[in-house]
Design a protein around this ligand. Structure first.
Ligand code: SAJ
Length: 402
């Protein structure tokens, strides 16, 4: 029986682990959060946060203040362990499972009979069985008899994490039926969405499929944007019209796909099924090629001036976040800078300073530019109208400027 007297050990206090740990803390569980970075641990123990996410500061403050959340460098014995560590790729888009391996090895000495171990990190098919269960079995644990293991992929959208942690349906797949049942019971204790039971391998592929579906759909939109550019058609109007068909729902083109989920996870499907995953691989390539296409547009426009002022609006990987990881906007701005295509002005309203760029107020950038490159559809840019701008070449990669 899941009860809130239970102790939970959450390994990895990043964008998934910290919201999960603090949510469980405010729901009455006793939570020990683990992170390898001492400064992260110290910040959280002061009731503060090291990442930007709406309302997370309030939740962490409340969970730490109530005594239900403590952070540390080392795992501690618990009833339920949740692994929420990163799964990046390495080399030629091969999954890097070293964080999961390391986290599992670190909890192994603390796991005891009756415990449930949940892998929340997005993982290639087979990871729950072949990495987590294998490492724990090698450490002497009786998997399936005494120790239960399940995969429950996180599915929350940055910017809406705290809402989606509770409201989203969850997919739970154990390595056996008992593990599935125990994990389903645990998620029922704090999720309002449905908790959908399956096996570990299906749960793993379901998460990768969700992000690959979005990537393929965005690639379709990005491909349309190239076709429309050649044929002088407004791609956003085109998509809006096509989407009025009851069975068509195309996403939006942009300067490329960023963040470390959608631009990464489809490669895990490709790595495991290189012959079959042709469309998924191609979608990644289409999306990855888009930033260079945008830079080429800037190059062509810059040739019309002696030394143009190039204004770049936005650096984040998507609208209304301060997250620059794998951001196509950042890639594009760096390339323009490297090629010295003109005098560059950069605005990113969600951050105050950047190590490489001297950030300017976006209003000044808009006023001073000869070429205005809109890279992120932040809310601050939504009121922009071409008719209000001085004579300027507009490159609007998000279809924001009216
Ligand atoms: N993008 C477009 N056009 C669109 C939508 C998005 O170019 O129409 C771009 C964004 O600008 C951004 C990238 O795609 O650069 C990814 O942004 P996103 O908002 O689509 O997704 P993420 O990476 O913030 O979060 C995704 C979500 N997955 C799905 O919606 C299927 C989220 O639910 C997952 O939990 C998250 O990945 C994750 O952690 O895997």
């Amino acid at each position: 029986m899941t009860n809130k007297q239970q102790k939970i050990c959450v390994v990895g206090l990043g964008y998934i682990g910290l919201p999960t740990a603090s949510l469980l803390g405010t729901k009455g569980f006793s939570v020990h959060g683990v992170d390898v970075t001492q400064s992260v641990v110290d910040t959280i123990n002061q009731g503060k946060i090291h990442i930007v996410e709406p309302d997370l500061d309030i939740l962490v403050k409340s969970a730490v203040g109530s005594g239900n959340l403590r952070a540390g460098i080392e795992p501690e014995p618990a009833d339920i362990f949740i692994l929420a560590v990163p799964t990046p790729f390495k080399g030629d888009h091969e999954p890097d499972l070293s964080y999961i391996e390391d986290a599992t090895r670190r909890i192994a000495p603390h796991v005891k009979p009756g415990n449930l171990v949940i892998l929340e990190s997005t993982s290639p098919v087979g990871t729950t069985e072949n990495v987590v269960a294998r490492i724990l079995a090698d450490a002497g644990h009786k998997i399936g008899e005494e120790v239960f293991i399940a995969h429950c992929p996180e599915r929350v959208l940055p910017g809406r994490i705290l809402i989606e942690l509770i409201e989203n349906d969850r997919i739970v797949g154990g390595i056996d039926e008992k593990s599935t049942a125990k994990a389903v019971e645990f998620y029922h204790s704090f999720v309002r969405g449905e908790v959908l039971a399956t096996n570990a391998r299906t749960a793993e592929l379901a998460k990768l499929t969700e992000n690959a579906f979005r990537d393929v759909n965005i690639a379709f939109a990005n491909e349309l944007s190239l076709i429309c550019d050649e044929q002088e058609i407004n791609v956003w109007e085109l998509i809006k019209l096509a989407n009025r068909h009851p069975r068509v729902s195309i996403l939006q083109p942009g300067p490329g796909v960023g963040g470390h989920c959608i631009a990464v996870d489809p490669w895990f499907i490709v790595a495991a099924a290189p012959q079959s995953a042709r469309l998924i691989r191609m979608a990644r390539k289409v999306n990855d090629a888009k930033p260079d296409w945008v830079v080429e547009k800037v190059r062509t426009s810059a040739k019309k001036f002696k030394r143009p002022v190039i204004g770049c609006l936005g650096l984040a990987f998507k609208a209304d976040v301060d997250d620059l990881r794998e951001s196509p906007a950042l890639h594009i701005v760096r390339q323009i800078q490297q090629e010295q295509l003109g005098e560059m002005l950069v605005a990113e309203p969600n951050i105050s300073t950047h190590a490489e760029f001297d950030l300017q107020p976006y209003q000044d950038v808009i006023k001073r530019s000869d070429i205005l490159l809109l890279l992120v559809d932040h809310k601050q840019f939504h009121g922009l109208r071409a008719s209000d701008l001085k004579e300027v070449i507009l490159i609007d990669t998000r279809g924001v400027i009216k």
